[in-house]
Structure formats: structure tokens, C-alpha cells
Design a protein around this ligand. Sequence first.
Ligand code: BGC
Length: 575
Amino acid sequence: MSFTAPIQLPGLALDPQWYKRAVFYEVMVRSFLDSNADGSGDLTGLVSKLDYLQWLGIDALWLPPFFQSPLRDGGYDVSDYTSILAEFGTVDEFRDLVTKAHERNMRVIIDLPINHTSDAHEWFQQSRSDPEGPYGDFYMWSDSDEKYPNVRIIFTDYEDSNWAFDPVRRQFYFHRFFSHQPDLNYENPAVVEAIFDIIRFWLDLGVDGFRLDAIPYLFVSEEGTGEGEPPTHEFLKKVRAMVDRDYPGRVMIAEANQWPNEVAAFMGTDEEPECHMAFDFPAMPRIFYSLRSQQAGELVRVLSEHTHVPEGAGWGVFLRNHDELTLEMVTEEYRQAMYGWYAYDPRMRVNVGIRRRLSPLLDNSRAELELAHALLFSLQGSPFLYYGDEIGMGDNIWLPDRDASRTPMQWTPDRNAGFSSADPGKLYLPVVQSLVYNYHHVNVESQLAQSRSLLHWIRNVIHVRKVHPAFGLGQLRVLPTNHDSVLAFVREYPGSGNQFGDAPETVLCVFSFAHNPAAVRIEAPEFAGQSLRDLFGGGDFPSFDAEGGIELTMGTQGFYWLHVGEGQFAGGRAS
Ligand code: BGC
């Protein structure tokens, strides 16, 4: 099959707020396609799959780190920020990726882990051996391992302290993550300058933005928790000012695994903006909680909270990513319930979370996969897909740590799932061969051949989302319902009035978490008498009654996206 008839989003290329409408796709270079049979995915392989991603409707790629690294933490342990790991490719090949992506109106976001480096980084090697030298103060050294008592340990399964002793310098160094990842000392202006140089290096190469890894943790104080301390925000304001001044249109995305108001703080204020986007960590686990508890209450609660974000800032919504499904943002009671439902085998757990892919989490239930994606594509914020989830790829919990869900992309039923022509034993990780998710049947080729496959379904939903600006740009308002299992909200968009000519639009989104059919009444007096039409097929629904109520019958774990009122209506299937 050739990937013709791409879904084009009018105006993406010019729109300064492109990131609000964009559909993002997280893809690890290592995992996507191996072009030279060395067993590891590479940039050239990724370039060869851009047509596929364009066909799917992807507007922006997020690439986890592909820099020089010993790969002891999937590349988040960087040993040189301006060179690329040889097995992934070269800077010229990266330039080619950016050019070819841009030709397809697709953006490239790279991941920058700037809180820490690998202990193999030259800066650290010099810091430990020459305390008085230019890098002596690049890391957080101390004679004691008792400083910063309020700072929590993140990798609870692997580390029991945030300090490690270095036998060369004979001092302790601070590390927020693995002990082979020493934290940089942001109190040292030379560190800040070096990081600015790195940011500029990649912006000059044409990247469209950064995911700022572990961003709350840059500055630490004796009294604080080392999460979102004021100097960290000051640093981000400076980076943002530089980006706005010298590289307008490029974006900064915060990875801050915190509560809504704390995450929103990383977007800054109208006067002093910080990141353009932040991942919505609180919403994510609540989607999974609702699916099993059959209760919409927790989602209703977080979505009803009013969190002020600056004009222009947006959320990043996700179901899964390259890390564990973190349960840090739920109470202990909910966490235990979720471990019971989703991680009944202790092997499925890591740190404070679950190391499984989306499809196995949902037990390969098509209804649940559709419901979860319908939420992903209609909540307030831009959706981030994780590679392979569009075909319902499985995982391998017999692999260590988060490698469980970083196995090679499954393209075909052929050798190594079409990912590589290397000897199977040479692959960076084995392909999934489990009973349910074996690459012989779970692969892109076979799903392309089935018009009702998950892949085609997801592509179609992406298409429908794209032709309705309310999803990317509208406000979200939760509506009351009389059923505990049903979540209803409207996405309301007043129209752009700009060159893109988007008309005003209101979309009613209704989701049932009940494991049986359910009838629900939704109250919205402001819509009394207004008509409703299905966004997928254009079918007419009963109108809101004179009081503004509407009775809907929901199929098991079903959902509706309904256009409210008359006015312009763009519907239809992806071609
Ligand atoms: C990344 C992880 C990584 C950690 C340390 C995170 O936030 O997403 O994959 O292990 O940072 O760099």
C-alpha cells in the first residue's frame, strides 16, 4: 500500500500556535527501523517511515534522546549533547530527518535531559579528577550525604539515596535518578551557559522544540523539595525569552510529574511565560482508574478544577510513553486499586508505576482501546501517541525495567517483524512473540490490510479531530450527568477570526465507563432546543429538550462526539 492522500491540517505551517492543534508521536530512534542491519533502529530508518507517519496524520515527532550515551538509561544518560550515537546515525542524517519531516509539514521535537548527565560525560570525568579545574563545580559535590533531606527518591526500586560517593574525588555527588546520572550544578553560571549553548546548537539545526526532561529538578535548596523551586522557574523564563526572541515558533514542553497547579507553574504567567506546553500527568492515571472502576468521578473532579494557564500555553495529553505508567499522582488507596487491576503480577511494577504497554493494560479490549483513545483525542490538550500503540503492540515483562515496552516496532510478519534484517540475536531487544501480541499477527502490514483494524480506526479519529478546531483550541467544560459511569464535557471554540478562518464550534463529548449499556441524562440549559449531530458519520441525534436536557443511550464502554447546534459542520472519514 502506498501512503497517499495525507491528512493535511490547513495552516499548520504558518500557525504560531501549531502545537495546540498538532498530533504528536513519540518514537525512539532505536526502536523504529534499522536501515543497516546492525540490530538497532536509526535515523535513516526513521526517515524511511515518515510517509507512514504522515499517512497516520502525525504533525510532530518527539524523539527521546539519541545523543552519545552509554545507554544505561535509554539515552537519558547523555555523555555528549552535540554528537549522535554512532549506531543511530550522524548529525547530517539528523539534518536530513528534519528537512524531510518539514517537507511533510511535520515538526521534530527532541528530548533534552539537562538536569543530569551520564557519569561518562567529559564534564563529570574532569569534575571528579580536577576539583579546581574548569568543570570542578559543574556537579553538586558535598562532603556529606545528608544535604537536601526533603528531596524524594524517584527510582525507588534502584536507589536508596540521592547521594553517591565518588572514590576519585572522595566526595559525595547528588543524583536525582540513577547513581550513574550526576545532577548538574545550576548554581554555577558556567553550567547555565553550557546548557544554553546546547539548546542553541539544536535550534540552529532546525528542531521545532524540546521536551524538557525532568525539568522541576534543576535547582535544589536546603529547605525545599527540589521540585519547581523559584530559580528553576527563573531559568525557564530566560530560555523562553531566548527562544521567543531568536527562534519564534519553536516550543518548550515540560515534563513535570506533579499536581495540576504545580505543572501549570511550568507554563509561567502571561507576562513571563515559561514552557509552551506541559504534560498532563494528573489526568492520565485517572483515565485508567475510570476504565476499571466504572466511575467517572475522579476525571470529573480533575477536569472541573480550574487551572489557570497563560494565553498560548497548552497541555500534552498521553496514555502511555517510554516510562512506566506512573502512579505518583493518585492517592495510596487508588494506587493499590490500580496495581490490583493492572499490575497483578509483581513483574509488571517498577518504581511507583506499571511497566506495561497500552494494549496489554487494557487486555487487548477493542472497546477500551477505542474509549481511551477517544479521551486522548478530545481532552483539552494535544494528544501524544506512543509508537506501536496505534497497532495495539504488546510488551515483554521479562525484559528489565522499562525496556518491557521499548521493543522493536512491528511492521510485518517477516523476520524481526520487518524492523531489521540483522540476525535476530543481534537486535537491541527481542521482538514481541507472546501469544496475544506476536508480531506474526500484530503488525502494521496486516492492520493496513484490514479496514476495521485499530490502525485504521485511530487514523480516522485523528482525521476527525483535525477538521474540528474545537479539539485543539476550544475550552473544556464538564457537564453534569445523572450516571456515575458517564463523563460529559463540551469543547467550546469561539472561532479564530484569523487567516485560518475557523468557525465557532461546540462539540459535546460523552464517555461511558460502564461495563454494560447505560442510559444517561445530561443537563446543559444553555443548549436548550439545540440540535446534535454525530461527528463521525454526520447522523442526526435527538435535540436538547426545552430545559436543555438530553437522554442518551450508551453502548458498553461507548462514546459520542456530537456537534452542538446548526452552523458549519465538517465531518467524514479519512480517505
Ligand atoms: C525520563 C526517563 C528517564 C529519567 C532520567 C525521565 O523523566 O522520561 O526515561 O529515566 O528522566 O533521565
